[in-house]
Ligand binder design. Structure first.
Ligand code: SF4
Length: 377
C-alpha cells in the first residue's frame, strides 16, 4: 500500500499527515457546559488511545466552557489536542479559534442563509464565504490553530443541492470552494473530510476529492469517518467498510469511528480498522483458518492460547492453521506459523519454512515463543 503523500499539519502537540501515524480521534457527547463530565470523558478517551478530542461549541457562551475544559485538562497533565466543532456561526468559530487546537467548520452551514440565491452564479457566494472565512483564518494563523473543512452529505447548502443534488460531486465542490479561500489567504493548516452515513457516498466522495486535490497538486491531509453509523456490530462494520476502503487506497491521515455508544468505545474499533487495513500496526496480527473436516485438534481454543501468549509481539504476523495439507500454503505472509499436524502434534514455521516438526501440542506454544525469541532479537 502506498500512502498518499500529504502535508504535515500540526494539531496542538500531535501532528498529522506526512509519515505520522494515521491519528485516532473521537468526540464527546455531553453538553459543553458540563465541564466535569467533559473532562472525565476526554480523560477516558485519551487513556483508551484517542489522540485528538472534539467538543461541540454551539453558542458563544460555550466558547468560555471550551476554554475552561481545555485549561483544566492541561492543569491535569493531559496534552491531548482539543478540537472545537462549530456549525452555523462564523462568530463562534472566530471566538473559539483562539483557544482550540483545531476548529471544524461545515461549509454547508458556515454562512446561512446561503447568499447568492437560488439559481444564481457562485460569485456572490464565493465573495460572502471569503468575507466570513477571512477573519477566522487570521485568528487561526495568529494562534497556530488548524482548520478542518468538514463537509457532510446530510447538510449540504441549498445552493449546492440545487446544482448538484446530494451527490459526491456536490460535496467535493462545497469543500473545494472553502479550500480555495484558504489558499487565497495563504492559509495551509487545513484538513478535509467528506462524511456520509451512506458508506458508498462517503467512499466515492473522498476518492473524488483526493483526485481533484491531486490534479491541483494540493496535498492536504484527509480525515475519514462514516457519520451516524449506529451502534453494535452494524456501526462497527459500516465504519470498517467506509474507513477501511479508503485506508487500503492509501487515503486518510486521521479517522473517527462514530458510534451511538460511549465515545471511548470508538477507540479500540478505530485501532482495529487501522490494523486490519495495515495502515497502522499497534498489536500482533493473526492469521487463522476457520477449520474444517481436516482439522484434528481444538483450533478455536488453540488460537485463543496462542493469542494470549503472543499478544505482546506488536507487528508480528502469527498464523494458526488447522491442517498440514493446506495450512502452510494458506498462511500468506505470516512471520511464524503454528500448524496442527493431527494426533496431538504441531509443526512450527518461520515464514514458509518448516523449522520444527511433530512437537507435542502441550509444548508447541512454548517452542514457538523460543523460535520467535531466537529470531527477533
Ligand atoms: S487450512 Fe486445512 S484445516 Fe484450515 S480450513 Fe484449510 S483445509 Fe481446513
Amino acid at each position: 500500500m502506498q500512502r498518499r503523500n500529504t502535508k504535515i499539519v500540526n494539531i496542538g502537540n500531535t501532528p498529522l499527515g506526512g509519515t505520522h501515524p494515521v491519528r485516532v480521534q473521537s468526540m464527546t457527547d455531553l453538553p459543553t457546559s458540563d465541564i466535569e463530565g467533559q473532562i472525565k470523558q476526554i480523560k477516558e478517551c485519551a487513556e483508551a488511545g484517542a489522540e485528538y478530542m472534539r467538543i461541540t461549541v454551539p453558542t458563544l457562551k460555550d466558547v468560555e466552557h471550551f476554554k475552561t475544559i481545555k485549561l483544566r485538562l492541561r492543569d491535569l497533565g493531559f496534552e491531548t489536542p482539543i478540537i472545537a466543532d462549530v456549525h452555523f456561526s462564523p462568530k463562534i468559530a472566530i471566538a473559539v479559534a483562539e483557544f482550540a487546537d483545531k476548529v471544524r467548520i461545515n461549509p454547508g452551514n458556515f454562512i446561512l442563509p446561503s447568499p447568492g440565491g437560488e439559481g444564481q452564479g457562485g460569485e456572490v457566494y464565493s465573495q460572502a464565504l471569503h468575507t466570513a472565512l477571512k477573519p477566522l483564518l487570521s485568528v487561526c494563523k495568529t494562534h497556530n490553530t488548524a482548520l478542518r473543512i468538514g463537509t457532510n452529505h446530510g447538510s449540504l447548502s441549498e445552493r449546492i443541492m440545487e446544482r448538484y443534488g446530494d451527490t459526491p460531486e456536490g460535496m467535493v465542490v462545497a469543500t473545494m470552494e472553502a479550500v480555495e479561500v484558504c489558499l487565497m489567504e495563504d492559509f495551509h493548516d487545513i484538513v478535509l473530510s467528506l462524511k456520509s452515513s451512506n458508506v458508498r457516498v462517503m467512499v466515492e466522495a473522498t476518492r473524488l476529492l483526493v483526485k481533484r486535490l491531486d490534479e491541483k497538486g494540493w496535498n492536504y491531509p484527509v480525515h475519514l469517518g462514516v457519520t451516524e453509523a449506529g451502534n453494535d456490530e452494524e456501526g462497527r462494520i459500516k465504519s470498517a467498510v467506509g474507513i477501511g476502503s479508503l485506508l487500503v487506497d492509501g487515503i486518510g491521515d486521521t479517522i473517527r469511528v462514530s458510534l451511538t455508544e460511549d465515545p471511548q468505545k470508538e477507540i479500540p474499533v478505530a485501532y482495529n480498522i487501522l490494523q486490519a487495513s495495515r495502515a497502522r500496526i499497534t498489536k500482533t496480527d493473526y492469521i487463522a483458518c476457520p477449520g474444517c473436516g481436516r482439522t484434528q485438534f481444538g483450533l478455536q481454543e488453540t488460537l485463543q492460547r496462542v493469542k494470549a501468549a503472543t499478544a505482546h509481539l506488536t507487528g508480528l504476523k502469527i498464523a494458526v492453521m488447522g491442517c498440514i495439507v493446506n495450512g502452510p500454503g494458506e498462511m500468506a505472509d505470516a512471520d511464524y506459523g503454528y500448524v496442527g499436524a493431527g494426533n496431538g502434534k504441531v509443526h512450527l514455521y518461520k515464514g514458509k519454512e518448516q523449522i520444527l516438526k511433530n512437537i507435542p501440542e502441550e509444548e508447541a506454544i512454548e517452542e514457538m515463543l523460543k523460535l520467535i525469541g531466537n529470531n527477533e532479537k
